[in-house]
Design a protein around this ligand. Sequence first.
Ligand SMILES: *Cc1c(COP(=O)(O)O)cnc(C)c1O
Length: 457
Amino acid sequence: MEELLRSLPQISKIVNTFRDRAPEHLIKRVARQVLHRYREEIKKGLRKTTDDLFRTIELEIEKARRGSLKRVINATGVIVNTNLGRAPLHEEVIASLQELGHSYSNLEYDLKRGKRGSRNSHVENLLCELTGAQSAFVVNNNAGAVYLVLNSLAYSKEVIVSRGELIEIGGSFRIPDIMRSSGALLKEVGTTNKTHLRDYEEALSQETALVMKVHRSNFYMKGFVEDVSLRELAELAGKVGVPLYYDCGSGLLNRTVARRLPVKEISMEESIAEGADVVSGSGDKLLGGPQAGIILGKKELIDRIKRNPMARALRIDKLTLCTLEATLRLYLEGRFEEIPVINMLLENSKSIRRRARKLTRALSHLKGIRTYVIKDLSSAGGGSLPELELETYCLVLEHHSLPSQKFAELLRESEPPVVGRIKEGKLLLDMRTVRDYEIPLIKSSVEKVLEHFCQPQ
Ligand SMILES: *Cc1c(COP(=O)(O)O)cnc(C)c1O
């Protein structure tokens, strides 16, 4: 053991070795960490050689230089995976970003008149054309949209919401909390499972500023359940002259797309047609674009939202605006099926099976690996289409001496990281959310795991 400890080099020697590969401070930091780890392992009797030290440091330096936020291969089967960044963007959308990103733009400049313009104008007409809305406004995300709608239209006034729709999305977004912080007063009606039209009727008063309906984006209720449709609510709200606001959540854009889905889901366009006066939704769920909050509705109401000083604090950034516009253009050209999120949602299981087989072939020669293909179910995820279960094919990945949990963990830390899911103790790679071009990347990640795992220690 003493001998092994003595064989560890000085930091200065390591710095000299990697001097032209990375800045000195970075080499030093990595070297200290790795040396510490080796020392501990030697003392515990877990390490029998230090021959691989320089290789380990080299790998760690590469890792450190790649930065923290990086591409990940989503083999979870959850399409709108919030933890993995929700919607991947279409390549043409990225091409527009490429051009706009490193130049100046007419973000807030009217080129024709040579005067100040509005950033919202680049998408407002597109959104109106695609959904039939009178006006549109975009902000940073849908949570911001909900806040802004409530703060603009219902500050210190009552908003009527069904108890069955007081939802929580992803831990940090809860309707009652966002309502409180917006200054609107929550007026709950009905019960968890049943709300009737008369519950809303009885709650309406001089103090009512809005009737709000919230899409149950991440769960569904079965059994003794009843709620009031948008159309019925619109009729009631219209009669008493109170605006109806629908937080649609999923951001499903219009009926053309909705018609192609395997389950019934109301789009933003249909919500407006049903009589909602204001509708909001996310840009990076079923819309398949960048993170954004989309607000659509009657001109007079949207104007009030635009004038709210908080709109500035929630405003959309130019890179997002660029990718949102480019995504909406794909809709306008009737090419929505190419948008990655929608494409994955609509892909049939046969072509998914084909991809699974391709991956099997790619991995077949690797030592110690066994793979086979099974049928399973994947989901839309991320606050969209909660009841939808999509038939899919997964690759089961096994190694003769690596437990599945450990294999999954090493794959997550490989390069590029691959995130699968564990089911009944097996490591599954769901091919619905993997693209063909990612197959060689998965192969290289698996190879790196094997290389690392089989290293002499
Ligand atoms: C997802 C969702 C939100 C929050 O949207 P973000 O884009 O995550 O900010 C709000 N309301 C509903 C109904 C949702 O589904």
